[in-house]
Design a protein. Structure first.
Lengths: 255, 238
């Protein structure tokens, strides 16, 4: 796995898309810190931008990369190495390349302008989201033979997590506004990795008050040790589950 | 001695059988050309052997080992695919080093003559994204032959190659045979088949119609060339 990882990472390090992604993040982060005078306000804006952009880029880039390197995957698969080594090396390299791009594009501006626990949380959640959506992207690319269809499914999944899921939660809260629905909304929101990441950073920025009663419930739950453990556990499941499915599927996939 | 044995091998994609009931043996020290119309199952047969595709039924044995999840049997195999695509940002040199590393070989344990014979040694720093289709094929051939394979599988090896390079690659394939290796080649070019092959396997609709020595094909049909003999044999008019 180490050898496949090493050379895939060397390839990705020179990939124009990865470099463009790092520069785009750098431009956005630095721009927001320059435009907003207050680092807290800049962080708030950055949370919204990053948690929509990172999943989108991780999903689509992974899907396209897996499709575009199919023939090379075949060439690796006829060498005396196991399929799990090939997939493991490639997935790890993709995840690491995306996170390294985020270190330059997001980590550096955060280090310069917004050194705080919230900034660490923002970077950590962005890294976790990159891994989650890269794993989901790999799963889509492995299961769908057609590239256009794969990209379409990726976009639909991103749309679902970023917009549709939140809209459904909002509808639920409005429809049952006369009842104490918040205790149900908290676990539901936590099931969406993007929401989970957003809530974690918002709470650290003391924005719970802006979120009304839900904010208080979020703060009570995620402020506790159990809540933090649950949040980390759910995020880990979001990384492990699609990765495990990828390994299972790739073992018996016809290449 | 038998090097590869297919026993009742079949592969089904959905309801469609791409390969069915293939019983065939490939011996050491021979070149076998696998021919057949498009969609006849040639690529599926090769992919089953390489472990890229899992047969729906049957067993494949390579050098006495039933192929399964253990990738070790592929150590003796060199494969040149029809379409070569490599990580675009790597250079030719990095790719050669990577494959050496992946196969667990050290410098000096490989046969690098083809790299220089094809002029690749002058282009080691060139990025793979900048290569023409023909040069990609040369890289692919070098990768397949570099590890001194006992079993060489080539899918349309001369497609996209200039005549001189094509001859060079096929000469190295003949060398593998001379050293007791087994060479399986798919091709549509009958002249190429006739010049190189010991036996010809003909596939149609996923079934192996025949596997015969070239001399026997010509003798049975009475045709002077393979290009004329094969249609006669398929039509059953002889």
């Amino acid at each position: 796995m180490g050898k496949v990882f090493k050379y895939t990472l060397v390839d990705l390090a020179r990939n124009r898309f990865v470099l463009a992604y790092a520069f785009l993040l750098l431009l956005l982060s630095e721009g927001l810190f320059q435009i907003e005078g207050d680092p807290i306000k800049a962080l708030l804006s950055l949370v919204q931008v990053v948690q929509a952009l990172v999943p989108l880029i991780a999903l689509i880039f992974t899907i396209v990369y897996i499709y575009d390197t199919q023939e090379f995957t075949q060439l690796l698969a006829v060498q005396p190495i196991g399929r799990s080594s090939i997939l493991g090396g490639r997935m790890l390299a993709l995840g690491v390349a995306l996170v390294i791009a985020q270190v330059f594009g997001l980590g550096l501006p955060l280090l310069v302008h917004g050194r705080s626990i919230a900034a660490v949380l923002l970077f950590g959640s962005a890294a976790a989201l990159a891994l989650v959506f890269s794993a989901l992207g790999t799963l889509i690319a492995l299961k769908q033979r057609d590239k256009a269809r794969g990209v379409g499914i990726g976009l639909a999944i991103w749309f679902l997590f970023v917009l549709v899921y939140d809209a459904l939660l909002m509808w639920l809260m409005f429809a049952f506004s006369d009842r104490p629905i918040e205790p149900l909304v908290v676990p539901l929101a936590a099931l969406n990795p993007i929401d989970l990441a957003r809530i974690a950073v918002m709470l650290r920025l003391d924005m719970a008050a802006m979120m009304g009663y839900s904010g208080a419930v979020y703060k009570e739950f995620f402020g506790s040790t159990v809540g933090i453990g649950a949040a980390l556990g759910i995020m880990a499941i979001w990384i492990i589950w699609p990765t495990w499915r990828c390994f299972r599927f790739f073992q018996r996939k016809d290449l | 001695m038998d090097r590869i044995v297919f026993q009742g091998v079949g592969k089904r994609y959905g309801r469609q059988w791409a390969l069915r009931g293939v019983d065939v043996t490939f011996r050491q020290g021979e070149v076998v050309m696998i021919i057949g119309p498009n969609g006849s199952g040639k690529t599926t047969l090769i992919k089953c052997l390489l472990g890229l595709v899992r047969p729906t039924e049957g067993v494949i044995t390579v050098e006495g080992t039933v192929i399964g999840n253990d990738p070790e049997y592929r150590r003796s195999i060199g494969f040149m695919p029809q379409i070569s695509q490599f990580p675009p940002a790597l250079s030719i040199g990095q790719l050669l080093e990577m494959m050496l590393d992946v196969r667990g070989l050290k410098a000096g344990e490989t046969d690098d003559r083809l790299i220089s014979a094809l002029g690749l040694d002058q282009q080691l720093d060139k990025r793979l994204s900048a290569l023409s289709g023909g040069t990609c094929q040369k890289v692919s051939a070098a990768l397949a032959l570099r590890s001194r394979p006992r079993l060489l599988v080539m899918d349309e090896p001369t497609a996209g190659l200039d005549p001189v390079s094509a001859r060079t690659v096929l000469a190295h394939a003949e060398e593998v045979r001379a050293q007791g290796g087994t060479v399986l080649i798919t091709s549509h070019l009958m002249e190429e088949v006739e010049a190189l092959a010991d036996r010809v396997a003909y596939l149609q609709d996923g079934e192996l119609k025949f596997l015969l020595p070239i001399a026997e094909i010509l003798q049975r049909t009475g045709a002077p060339r393979l290009a004329q003999a094969i249609p006669l044999l398929i039509s059953g008019s002889v």
